[in-house]
Every structure is written in structure tokens, then in C-alpha cells.
Design a protein around this ligand. Sequence first.
Ligand SMILES: Cc1ncc(C[n+]2csc(CCOP(=O)(O)OP(=O)(O)O)c2C)c(N)n1
Ligand SMILES: [Mg+2]
Length: 672
Amino acid sequence: MYLSRRLDDRELILKRQNQAFFQISCAGHEAIQVAAGMHMRRGVDWLYPYYRDRAICLTLGVTPLEMLLQTVGAAADPASGGRQMPTHWSFPELNIVTPSSATGTQCLQAVGCAHASRLAQGDEAEEYEVTVVCAGEGSTSEGEFWESINAASLEKLPLLYLIEDNGYAISVPVEAQTPGGSISKLLQSFPGLSIYETDGSDFQASFTTLEQAFQHCRNGGGPALVHAHVTRPYGHSQSDDVASYKTPAEREEEDCRDAIQRFADVLLQEGIAKRTDLLDIQAGIEEEVQRAAIEAVASPPPKPETVMHYLYSPDVDPTSAAFSTEAKLEGEPRTMVDLINVCMDDEMARDERIYVFGEDVADCSREENLEQVKGKGGVFKATLGLQRKHGGRRVFNSPIAEAAIVGRGTGMATRGLKPVVEIQFFDYIWPAMMQIRDELASLRWRSNNGFSAPFVMRVPIGGYLNGGSVYHSQSGESTFTHIPGLRVIFPSNARDANGLLRTAIRCDDPVLFLEHKKLYRETYNRSQYPGPDYMVPFGKAAKVREGNDLTVVTYGALVQKSMLAAANIAEETGASIEVLDLRSLSPYDWEAIAESVKKTSRVIVVHEDMLSWGFGSEISARIASELFDYLDAPIGRIGAMDVWVAYRPELEREILPQTKHVEAEMRRILAY
Ligand SMILES: Cc1ncc(C[n+]2csc(CCOP(=O)(O)OP(=O)(O)O)c2C)c(N)n1
Ligand SMILES: [Mg+2]
């Protein structure tokens, strides 16, 4: 406890000396944290920490030097290699999982982690691995906290929430944050959640309470939540002045409850230690901190040329020839949704780490009724029959909670499982945006390859549905191609969908797999089954029409419209038009685009999503920048109008790009 406090104090000094660039302290939280660390089995139980968890990490075995290396942002910082702020603990050997700075997000990943333990240990284990997730009381206001409580209670997971309630979230007092001012009271009615409240500044009370909570989780009793009252004697961070919102009396009262002083008093009163013993301990710690600080400050910074390392897997390259296999076509032509289903079925048979979950994806949650029903298998039937074949443990319905679907997937994937989750409609992916952007996509990079979470998010996308309207027609892929660390795939036909999904499942990165709803059951894009090992590499476009006068760069539903337009314009003008189906949007096939544009000197970029700030904007800008010398005409662009998709089909047809729009743009560019 004292070591933790003195490391905080040393960090503040390093910040003042410009050796550190940020500071946030554990001060006041030490007693409950050390108690929690003592109950955890090192390297067996799992910790999803938050940014105040210095003392629990020290208890689990992180050294002062390891901590201060992160403080100064050294290359040798084992948690992040100088990429994350101090106190963002990440130690794979100790099962301390890399956190982000976002409040509450860790709770959902912890659910996934606890679920992985339950899957590995079964329903009747004698002693469960416990996942511990820590958060401040303010963070419990986040929706993700509530989604996690819901999921953990439903699944009865061995998950222990440690809510470190210091009474404030930066300057906001708990009574302005939580109705009634107590998160544990608020949660009383949650079935399956065992709740404990304790004085987290009192080490003995903390230890005894946590003992019960850990026992509950270990014995398979389901989740537990420990509400620990602590203090925060320092500012929220070094840049926060407590005096601006806490009265002197309040601060004095907090000082009287200080965890370290109280524990020292207990040791003296009970005759466990003498004052000289405590002074000896303090002197030893001062020396240890001093030594670690000197070494950390002397440790070299990371090399600038390493900034792109570990954005993606360093071991598996999904653009490589290893992911390019021959199709062994057999049987009748099948639809895109059918071959997506078959791919998941094949892969589940091949790899038992694969789990499929999402809204309505199971055949029937009430397994006892399975024989009497046809099965749901997703609103588009993409997962039909998977539960029947591979069992309800591996294919299950989740609550309607998109952040939870992605967050739980991230936690499971961190544990080595391979979730293939479904977000029911692209239009409803937004609650998961925080988990995708701030959590999943940065996980490997921010932990300097300490952790990774490769898994697949399948998402039906797009319009042309004749009635899909505002909330069942959206595109928006460029919002996701703007996220480093994420692969974004968008097939246009059954065979590519089968091969690309297999690559997505077998690769080592997180993949957003966009499936166009309108293309699910078309006849023109059907294919024979290409075999259980058919793969299409990422970042490789398909040249679906060969030509010399104009290049069309497109993907998704606009591939077919561009093909029709190219045939019509060829007939009308005699122009020979080349069409590239990108298939993969991040990474995308720049080489294929450049090669084609160098040949044709004319290009149009065509997509369904709104024109402004769409995927085509970036492609066009890059062509303008790098291929200007080859161009004989401006770069053409076609996309939807900058407005929502409307319900009435006449309006939808006006808003979304049609073959005639592509034809008009072809004529315009060919006329130069
Ligand atoms: C999603 C999100 N919103 C806002 C912030 C900015 N922020 C950082 S810490 C914090 C307060 C958190 O309070 P609490 O959960 O009580 O933890 P404490 O800092 O008191 O330990 C806020 C608002 C953030 N990091 N993440
Ligand atoms: Mg707080």
C-alpha cells in the first residue's frame, strides 16, 4: 500500500520535471486493491483493471520499474511500449488485460473473458477462474456497465465487479451521478448478482468482504459486485485541483479515513509491528522507488519508425498467397446468404474455438422445442441450422445490446476463442462503436502486441430494398475504414463472400464483414460451393470486366449496376470499360487501381454510400495525388445523395445511385 502511494508521489515529481507527461493516482484506493490482489490467483484469475489500479497490480507482481517505464513512455515499457498513458496496465503473463481510457467499456470485455473461463471449465467446475473487473462509481452510469451486468447475470458468470467508490467522478459527486447515491442499492433487485458493500479504506474489512465475494464466484454462484467506499485525496489527475469543488472540511474528513494511515494504526495497536518496523519498511520503499525512477528515466524512448508495428498481426498476413486457394466447385449454384451459412458451418466443424452469437442467430433458444420448429437462424437466415448442428453452447442468442455483442466478443477473442458475431443490421451498429473503435481496433497496438482479439463481426448492410427506409438501408463503410487496426470486407457475390468470410475467420485480425442484404438472394451473383478450404485474400480486387478506355472502381451492390452501365455504354459509344470490384475496403487494392488507371487514363469511383466524405473521396484523392500524370480527364464519382434513404420506393430510387447515374458519369468522363 505504501509502495503504491509513493509511486504515485514519484510520478507527480516526474511530471513536474517533464520526465512524465501525465499522472493519475491510486491514492486512497490502496486497501481494497491490495486485498483484492491477495485473493486473486496469479496467472489463473483474470484482471480487467482501470486507471487507478496500481496497488492491485503491484500485489499481482508488477514491479515499480515496470510501472515507471510506462510513466516515462520508455521503449521498454512492458505494458505498451510508450503508447499508452501511465497506469494503463497490461501484463499477459499475469492475466492483466490491457485497458483503454474509456470509462465502463472494460466491463463487457470482462464478461467475454469470464464466459471463456466458463466454456473451458464447464458448468460444474469445482473452482472457477475468477475474472475481476474494476471501475469507479462514476463509470457505472455508462450503458456498457448495465449491458454487462445484464449479460453476466443471465449467464451466471464467474465475474467479480470491484466498484471503487471514491465519491467523485472528476468533480461530479456520487449523488449527482447515481439515483440514491449508491450503486449497490440500485442493483439489489438484479437476479443472480450477489452484492457486497464494504469500507474499502479498511484493509481488514476489505479482505473479509472480498473473501466472501471470491468464494461466491469460485464456487459457481455467478457474478458478484463489491461496492467499496474509498477516498481520493489527490486530484482526479495531476491537472485537476480538488479545491475547486471539495471543501476544506470534506478534504480533512477524507484524510482521517486514509487507508494507509489507518492500516499503520492497526498494525501498531495490535502489536503486529512497532513504529521502527514501519519506518524500516518506509525507508526500504523510498530506496526501491528511487532506484526504479533513476533506471526508468535513463531508459531510451521508443524509435519513431516503430509507430506502425502491431497495428495488425505480425504473424498472419491475410493478403498473402496463403489465403489464395483454388475453388473446387461442386453442386448447384447457391445464393450468397447460403454460401455464407455454409462457410460458417464448415469452419465450426473445423475449429471448435468458433462461437456464433448475436440477436436471433440461434435456431431456437428453448432447446427443448428445437425438434418442433423450423428454426430462426437470424433475420436473414444466415445462421440457420448452426445451433441444431453445433449445439446451443456454440450458437446462442444474445440480448439486444450491440456494445455487449462486440465487447463480449473482444473478451472471448482475447482468451483465444474465435467469435463470429452478427450485428443484425448495419443501421444498429452504433451502440457498438465505442467497443469497435476505442477498444477492439486499438487492442493489439496499444498493448504493443501483448494482447490481441481477432474475431469476425458480420453485418448486413445496404439498401435497394423497396421499403427499407431510414433504418434498414444505411451504408456507411467509410466510417469504419477510417479506423486503424480493423479489416473491412464487402463482397458482391456468393463465391467471394464464401472465400472472404473464410479468410476473415482464419486470419489473426478483427474483421468487419459487410454483407449486402439486397445481394443475399440475387440470382445473378450465385455460385457453386467452392469447397471447405476456399479462401480469397484480403486487399485483392477482382477485375470483373476488362477494358482500355475507362476504369470503374466499385464494390458491393454497385458492381452489378456498373457492369450493366459498362455494357450499355460500350454498345452506345464503342468505349471499352474496365470494372474493378474491390471486395476488400481495408486494406484495398491500390496496385490494381493504379495499374488500371495507368492503362485507361480515365476513372470513376462508384459506391452506394452517400457521396460526400464517402469511401470514394479517399480513393479519388489518392488517384489525383499519385496518378495525376496519367489522367486525361477529371476523376468521376457516383454515390447516393447526401440524405437518408426514404421508405417510398420512388424516393429510394431517387436517393440511391442507379445504373443510369453510372452511365451518365461514364459519358461525362469519356467525353474529355
Ligand atoms: C467514456 C468516457 N467518458 C468520459 C471520460 C473522461 N473521464 C475520465 S475519468 C472520468 C471520471 C470517472 O469517474 P469514476 O468512474 O468514479 O472513477 P474515478 O476516476 O473516480 O476513480 C471521466 C468522466 C472517459 N475517460 N471515458
Ligand atoms: Mg469515482
